[in-house]
Design a protein around this ligand. Sequence first.
Ligand SMILES: Nc1ncnc2c1ncn2[C@@H]1O[C@H](COP(=O)(O)OP(=O)(O)O)[C@@H](O)[C@H]1O
Ligand SMILES: [Mg+2]
Length: 300
Amino acid sequence: MMTEISQFRDQAQRLRQLAQEANKPATIVDPRVITISSGKGGVGKTNLTVNLGIALAQKGIRVGILDADLGLANLDIVLGVIPEYNLSHVLRGEKSIQDVVAMGPAGVKIFAGGSGLYDLANVPQAQLVRFIDGLRDLDGMIDVCLIDTGAGIGRQVMSFVSASQEAVIVTTPEPTAVTDAYGMIKVLHESNPQTRIKIVVNMVNDASEGWAVFERLKTVSQQFLNTGISYLGSVEEDPTVSKSVREQRPIVIGYPNSHASRGIFRLAEELLRVGATDPLPREGIKGIFQRMARRLQRSF
Ligand SMILES: Nc1ncnc2c1ncn2[C@@H]1O[C@H](COP(=O)(O)OP(=O)(O)O)[C@@H](O)[C@H]1O
Ligand SMILES: [Mg+2]
């Protein structure tokens, strides 16, 4: 009799405990936000962003990809996914975050910026606050956000890159691409010396060519800017890339054993390794927009 009562009491207590656990909000860790840009266009950013995102998602990470390239918004071309609305609609209060997120391969969440985003500095403060606050929903959905910023050192690209804590700069071994990559490192270092810069060399003949390009960039950055950059890795030049673009099927899914895919999987591993060994405070997408808004407002 006694044991039955105490058992009942134990169960009731356990039920209460479970109910409490269910009600307690999970500890939310903001996602890691990484911009992907380049000095020169056409070096393979979009292809890299999409496939790196998928490679990370295949490892069980919740990935978001923000297409912020206004000049050539082309995530949709690589993916065959066309988001109807973008963050500009959210900023204007016309759509919610849920309305602008499209589902891509491997569960990657795709969303676009839209040109209105660069009006951040001009929108009424209350609207800006509402927008930034709403980004919390996005932050809750993902662990890593990759932002395809587009190329060049123009104000729009740089507003994203210099607001990010981690910036991947993509170049090819071609001399003009390397020169423009250095130009971007310089501008980035001047506008935000805190940003950690990581280099990817795309379309290499072999790994040693990638290393040689990185060493050159590292030497000049150290010498003239006194800033350190790190190497994320290289991806080989591979005709399978354009084949998969034509087929609208990301290469890491369609051709996972191709040379280019292997390079991209290595980059994903390295990103995770760096994230684990040298973690940075996570500010999320909310954080990057907060910083962007502050910077844009200051520049007027
Ligand atoms: N590793 C690679 N090997 C061969 N072709 C590539 C590679 N990476 C990208 N490309 C090709 O280069 C072109 C530009 O790629 P894209 O991702 O659109 O560059 P970006 O976004 O920097 O302008 C595309 O035609 C793509 O197929
Ligand atoms: Mg692109």
